[in-house]
Design a protein around this ligand. Sequence first.
Ligand SMILES: *Cc1c(COP(=O)(O)O)cnc(C)c1O
Length: 355
Amino acid sequence: MNQTLFTVGPVEMYPETLRLGGVQLPYFRTEEFSRSVLSCEAAMQALVGAPAGARTVFLTASGTGAMEAAMINLLGEDDRALVISGGSFGQRFCEICEDDQVPYDAVRLQPGKSPEPAAYAESVLRNYSALAVNAHETSTGLLYDLRSMGLACRKAGVLFIVDAISAFLCDEVNMEEMGIDVLITSSQKALALPPGLSIMVLSPRAVQVAAARKVRSHYFGLAKYLKDGARGQTPFTPAVGVILQLKERLGAVANKGAAASIARAADLAAGFRASIAGLPLSIFPDRASNALTALSPTTDIGAYEIYSRLRAERGLVVTPNGGELRDRVFRVGHMGNLESSDLSRLASALEEILR
Ligand SMILES: *Cc1c(COP(=O)(O)O)cnc(C)c1O
């Protein structure tokens, strides 16, 4: 059976990405490859509204690698991070801090519930060196208010670290307007590329901190990446093929602008939510991202069973939840090469299963 992915990564890929996945890779210590990397850097920075003097690091690692790199390069043992933890990706920031011995405190939220602004007020942040948050907590579909967090960080003079892995190209994320110092994304979400490449955009202040820090990690020490990146190279063999696919994809996105990608995700999300409005499903988070719709069944059927039946009976692959949300929540992705007709098919299947 043909499958359609409404997942959170890998997602449905674009034809040109698939074509590029089938060609011989070039040797990469060349002027030509350096130019490709530098063009990806320029395109990324334009798409996220990076301030002048920002720099981009391309890490060959899944998104978690970039989250870890951000924490260990921006914070030392004399610093302290405040982590907003509203689900498994917020929890991941906490676990990174524990494993790497980065001092931290966490604001722990009920799943799907936004934090009170008082939790990250200027007066609170003054006790910390950085605030770390996932722009969109992908496990619950919750979109945080980055603008108000960034404003508080700016007032308190602390670094603002944003994992925008699943928000990039789906929700508005603008470094300059939102006061973001480190913006992280990765290849397998809305970019719809193979997994394996993570991208970090650093503000001039973050560059300064990272370039000066002696990190207890060889592979993830960003100073080397910043130095070699100035001429479009990486210290170690990068995911050469994914970078070339990224260059093509960023070109396609830049042609229309980031706002067009976000508007498209917003349209898909709004259309899908309207089409299931009559079904016994409620939208789980109190402030939903455009990247996906997290749904809770309001009848007897469990969320995991809905996922299993859609996949087995129809080849429609939504994203199940694990842990305590397994039977309460499933997620419908709106990222990648999906059309509104794909989401209509899914809405009809849901109607038949829930009828
Ligand atoms: C997908 C995702 C990640 C990265 O997970 P990896 O499996 O390491 O690629 C991190 N944060 C968020 C919010 C995500 O959605």
